[in-house]
Unconditional design. Sequence first.
Length: 111
Amino acid sequence: MQYLVTMEYVEPGPLFAAEQLGQMVEQAILPSFDLLASLQANGKVVAGGVPAGSRTAVFIVEAASHDELDQLVEGIPWWGVMKTTVAPLQSFAKRVANDRALLERIKSMAP
């Protein structure tokens, strides 16, 4: 099953001191991008990236279950400072099959 994951940075309030910002980049941001790049190279992340000019990451994950997805997302180092939203995706092929079946039901009800 594929999931669309959006992770958006949550502003903590007052700006970090340079030292704190450096620590966050070193300990959370860079390791998170490294992990996502590795997951993409291994096929677990199907596609994704950062919308230009934003502090958001958007990617599609291939996972066997909601639990597997949950573990993957919580394992990303920046998870604690990101607002995460997830949407399960229905394939285009499945959607067209459903819509064709709906069309047939509609046609069978016509006079």
